[in-house]
Design a protein around this ligand. Structure first.
Ligand code: MRU
Length: 339
């Protein structure tokens, strides 16, 4: 159980904890139209690859609610949901599952779509526990663990992906402590991960992104663990911008770099990271912090939301099926049957 509910649904409404307001305010959005849901995904009121997938599934159930089960309307809403964010493969994965149910249901699909959305959420909740157990097994007693962005309950339907390893190790009494990277430009590390770590009483220190390398050296970082929005068939990892330099720094310092993902984040249809679409967001996210300008008017900014960490920098990939090590194509092939 988590002390906060990121995504929930009841007929006619998708409820989302508004993450743009954290940590200052705990407010819930009540989305009664699919466009409300899409807008919430786009502005990152709900974010993190698995949570986006769960939200898209509930958004599809909502599409059926508001259209009275009209298939043409539901499919139009699903097409719009699919384009809300490009990098997180879990969005399309969840919608593909909802489409199968829609195709398989003859009469009014509303009940079946609701059930499938709840199932996707429940499965995510359960697999997060397994990610936690596998991930925690990689963390030694007293580990100082660096993480980037937010991968906890706010980013998933359960206790998280990489964060689940931290929480599980903490609950096992391993006496770990966490270094949370701030994660510019939108500060998911500072605003969200620090908030979640505090909710659970996990000892943690915040650093700005530029301090990651020096912190590895001075604070004896024992491991890095992050999540991902999409992993390519060769093991290249798309994750929040700034992850790639952290992986390079980890290699330089001989620190293991782990990635924790639900199996649905593995996209065997993209051969390498170069084939993963990288979302680019508004320049204002870089030129301003929390709405306050930090660069002169007229500044041009490049704002990729994700980067690609090459597979050769990834020590292991944790999934609910276990821990996979390089070479990843062989590891994936061995675990892929059954999808
Ligand atoms: O832009 P965001 O906040 O949605 O980016 C989220 C991340 O990069 C997470 O690390 C990733 O989705 C894994 S979440 C379990």
């Amino acid at each position: 159980m988590t002390p906060y509910e990121t995504v929930s649904y009841e007929p006619g409404v998708v409820r989302l904890l508004d993450q743009t307001q954290l940590p200052a305010r705990i407010t819930t959005l009540h989305c009664t139209t699919v466009q409300h849901v899409i807008d919430a995904i786009v502005r990152l009121s709900v974010r993190g690859a698995p949570a986006i997938g769960v939200t898209a599934a509930y958004g599809t159930a909502l599409a059926s609610d508001v259209s009275g089960g009209d298939r043409t309307a539901i499919e139009a809403h699903m097409r719009n949901l699919r384009t809300a964010r490009p990098t997180a493969v879990n969005l399309g994965w969840a919608l593909d599952r909802m489409q199968v149910v829609l195709n398989d249901t003859q009469a009014d699909p509303t009940a079946a779509l609701r059930a499938e959305a709840h199932r996707i959420h429940e499965e995510d909740r359960a697999l997060c526990e397994r990610l936690g157990a596998h991930g925690a097994s990689l963390l030694p007693e007293g580990a100082v663990v660096m993480t980037h962005c937010n991968t906890g309950a706010l980013a998933t339907g359960g206790i998280g992906t990489a964060f689940a390893a931290l929480l599980t190790a903490h609950r096992q009494g391993k006496n770990i402590s966490v270094i949370a990277n701030e994660t510019r430009p939108l500060q998911q590390g500072a605003r969200l991960t620090m908030w979640e770590l505090q909710q659970h009483g996990i000892p943690a220190t915040l650093v700005c992104d530029g301090a990651a390398g020096w912190t590895m050296l001075k604070k004896n970082v024992s491991a890095v663990i992050v999540g991902s929005d999409r992993v390519a068939a060769n093991g290249d990892v798309a994750n929040k911008i700034g992850t790639y330099p952290v992986a390079v720094l980890a290699a330089r310092h001989g620190i293991p770099f782990y990635v924790s993902i639900p199996y649905s984040t593995l996209d065997m249809t993209v051969p390498t990271g170069a084939d993963i679409p990288i979302e680019e967001r508004a320049a204002e996210e870089v030129t301003a912090v929390q709405g306050h300008a930090v660069a002169p008017e007229g500044t041009q900014a490049y704002n990729p939301a994700f980067d690609i960490t090459p597979a050769d920098l990834v020590t292991a990939i944790v999934t609910e099926r276990g821990i996979m090590r390089p070479p990843y194509p062989a590891a994936f092939a061995a675990s892929y049957p059954g999808g």
